[in-house]
Design a protein around this ligand. Structure first.
Ligand code: HDE
Length: 725
């Protein structure tokens, strides 16, 4: 589009004034080179004649292609695939005052901006969201006292106890080096080879084989700080702390078969879900909470607080709610924000400090080091998304891509020429002071004996599961180990499972068609040939609590259908009232209705109104929604009966234990599916749980359907015959 000469500079200047620093908005602007030269032609390169060779003189062609050639930066070694959002944190009250001087946690009048990046661990940047994997849950709090990063996961424990094994763990889980297979999956030889030789991983293995590893939504996951940190109060007194985020929508997952299908139908499922929810104003929320342990109680537990393969059961130390975290804004630019954000557990503020957890200690080195390669040098903190709210003053200078223009002659401390500036802050002014922990000991490469109980919390986790969760867990192990080619690895793994739970080991062994090996003392193969075994021999304990309610997703909040996606299967002639009434009822509760029809565009309802189709059967899938409704309408249902994809949709939704409702003639469609035959055979049994049919007798169809969707899934249906879907 052309513009008159007179509105050029003025328009450009005006725009600049309105923009926040570092953001660019091209609306109404003219195109320029990177030096600000207005461009007249972005379509053809400079040539010697219309059909002649391109000229080296074409500075714009060279600038554009050079920039393009360098658009990629190395992806994260782990957690490469991620998605993020902006939001805020606000404390409920000042109840933490006694324990920490961190102002953002104790001053309820402060609204601290946050940036939260979710991720999977093993896959590359372009991998599927629904891989069976741990999810990263990394929060940057832009506090008035500097940035605090809580770089956590959606599981409260980790695979290994010492950072020195991290490169081994990641090499084992990543695609195998000779052929780079498989992508974003732990179901292969090298991962299970390593795990079968690393008994300390057994607790975490229970978590990654559980449904927690295949979340329904990033908005429906817990977040955990994993490592034990320290709070420090104004008097310098410390308290151990574990950090928790609990989602208001509850903790929910998909079925494994569903996860596999979503990976094909919509590999961006989680990314899209987060983006759409925020755009729709349905802001994801978590309650932030802490478990506090007094310094003097450090040794009161039957596990070591410094051991990151252990959690503190909430029965022993309840989680105290502290405040709310809300995500209310999508990033403007994925690369500039989500890709370039640099987290680091060492980014702390006064009032928060570390413990000697050997995993945390190693992490404190790794996160800056990795940014040097990924972001290209030491000035990554100057990238807008990484900058603190307060200004930075120190004597660090220069380096690649320096943004700051430091004034003055001095870049050293102490100095007189610069008036001694910048000054060191007094502790009373908020200067950070490390907690003075008393430390003594021999220099030794070893683990504490108090770390050697590898199984009791794995057993606690398994025992805390509901029956369907236990089944899913053993199915996951059958799947993963079923993809392992080397029989010795399977033997070692099933052997280790016997120390978690004998029935679990038996169920997995059955699936693999093998006998359960005789229980043998598990060997810690990390041991060097001449290492002192007393530091590595596993010990066996009974967990202090036998079951912990917080570990089972069956006990999560099931009181809302907000943001749940409900497919309405319809075609021309759909009953206007039957569609509208249920739609209205669901939307009033915050659910999202998607009309799925044989074709895109519009369908005509029984009253002749045009109903917009959200998706055709070609692009829709039951695995992408939470529940299915078939409105009444003879003509509509007759068309759907001729649509194999509609039949499949219902069978599959049934198989994945979702709520299904039908009104009037809609029931005919259900009868035509496998579900119909099951209902006939077993009316009123588990097989019909979550199926709501109004064939004239159910006057509160919408209300019953809403209650059913709140349940998330009717896992009891899984016990029935497998559905052909
Ligand atoms: Fe990380 N981890 N990690 N990790 N981690 C990284 O840092 C590392 C660990 C976690 O969205 C890397 O910037 C070591 C535990 C998250 O940008 C790297 C060890 C937990 C993210 C790194 C661990 C985490 C990372 C790669 C063993 C849960 C993504 C890119 C001692 C509490 C952050 C980067 C984001 C990223 C090292 C173990 C969480 C290489 C050495 C335990 C959520 O520095």
């Amino acid at each position: 589009m052309k513009s008159t000469e007179s509105d050029l500079p003025e328009n450009n200047d005006k725009k600049m004034e309105n923009l926040a620093p570092h953001t660019e908005d091209s609306t109404g602007q003219l195109m320029t080179t990177n030096t600000g030269l207005l461009l007249n032609d972005d379509t053809s390169s400079l040539k010697a004649g219309e059909r002649g060779p391109s000229l080296l003189e074409d500075f714009y062609l060279r600038e554009k292609i050079t920039h393009f050639d360098h658009e990629r930066i190395p992806e994260r070694v782990v957690h490469a695939r991620g998605v993020a959002a902006h939001g805020y944190f606000q404390a409920y009250n000042n109840s933490l005052n006694k324990y920490t001087k961190a102002k953002f946690l104790t001053d309820p009048s402060r609204k601290t901006p946050v940036f939260l990046r979710f991720s999977t661990v093993a896959g590359f940047r372009g991998s599927s969201d629904l891989a069976r994997d741990v999810r990263g849950f990394a929060v940057k709090f832009y506090t008035d006292e500097g940035n605090f990063d809580l770089v956590g996961n959606n599981m409260p424990v980790f695979f290994i106890q010492d950072a020195i094994k991290f490169p081994d763990l990641i090499h084992a889980v990543k695609p195998e080096p000779h052929n780079e297979i498989p992508q974003a999956a732990s179901a292969h030889d090298t991962f299970w080879d390593f795990i079968s030789l690393t008994p300390e991983a057994m607790h975490m293995i229970m978590w990654v084989m559980s449904d927690r590893a295949i979340p329904r939504s990033l908005r429906m996951m817990e977040g955990f700080g994993v490592n034990t940190y320290r709070f420090v109060n104004e008097e310098g007194k410390a308290t151990f702390v574990k950090f928790h985020f609990k989602p208001t929508l509850g903790v929910h997952s998909v079925a494994w078969d569903e996860a596999l299908k979503i990976s094909g139908k919509d590999p961006d499922f989680h990314r899209r879900d987060l983006h759409e929810a925020i755009e729709a104003g349905a802001y994801p929320e978590w309650e932030f909470g802490v478990q506090l342990v007094a310094q003097e109680d450090e040794h009161k537990f039957d596990f070591d607080l410094l051991d990151p393969t252990k959690l503190i059961p909430e029965e022993l130390v309840p989680v105290q709610p502290v405040g709310k975290l809300v995500l209310d804004r999508n990033p403007d630019n994925y690369f500039a924000e989500t890709e370039q954000v640099a987290f680091h557990p060492g980014h702390v503020v006064p009032g928060i400090d570390f413990t000697n957890d050997p995993l945390l200690q190693g992490r404190l080195f790794s996160y800056t080091d990795t940014q040097l390669t990924r972001l290209g040098g030491p000035n990554f903190q100057e990238i807008p998304i990484n900058r603190p709210l307060n200004t930075v003053h120190n004597n660090q200078r220069d380096g690649h891509m320096r943004q700051q223009i430091n004034k003055g002659k001095t870049s050293y401390h102490p100095n007189t020429i610069g008036g001694g500036c910048p000054f060191q802050a007094m502790i009373s002014d908020g200067g950070f002071k490390h907690f003075e922990e008393r430390v003594e000991g021999n220099k030794i490469r070893a683990r504490s004996k108090s770390f050697m109980d590898f199984f009791s919390q794995a057993t606690l986790f398994y025992n805390s599961m509901s029956e369907p969760e236990q089944t899913h867990l053993s199915d996951a192990l059958r799947f993963e180990l079923g993809k392992v080619d080397i029989q010795d690895i399977r033997n070692r793994m099933v052997g280790l499972l016997t120390f978690v739970d004998k029935t679990l080991a038996k169920r997995v062994a059955e699936g693999l068609g093998m006998d359960v090996p005789e229980p043998q003392q598990p060997v810690n193969h990390q041991l060097g040939a001449d290492a002192d075994p007393k530091h590595y021999e596993p010990v066996f304990k009974k967990p202090a609590v036998e079951k912990s309610a917080a570990l089972s997703m069956a006990n999560t909040a099931k009181n809302s259908i907000k943001t749940r996606q409900i497919a309405f299967l319809a075609a021309d002639g759909v009953d206007a009232d039957s569609l509208a009434a249920v739609k209205e009822a669901l939307e009033a509760e915050g659910a999202v209705v998607r009309v799925v029809a044989p074709h895109n565009g519009f369908i005509a309802d029984s009253a002749g109104a045009q109903i917009k189709v959200d998706k055709s059967f070609l692009t829709a899938s039951s695995v992408l929604v939470d529940a299915v409704y078939i409105p009444a309408g003879q003509k509509s249902v007759a068309a759907l009966l001729n649509e194999p994809d509609a039949i499949h949709f219902i069978n599959e939704a049934y198989r994945h234990c979702k709520a299904i409702a039908a009104d009037g003639e809609g029931a005919e469609l259900i009868k035509a599916t496998y579900v119909g035959s099951k209902l006939n055979e077993q009316a009123g049994s588990d097989a019909s749980a979550g199926i709501i049919i109004d064939d004239g007798g159910n006057s509160k169809l919408a209300a019953d359907f809403i209650d059913a969707i709140k349940q998330h899934r009717f896992w009891e249906r899984e016990k029935k015959d497998k559905v052909p879907a």
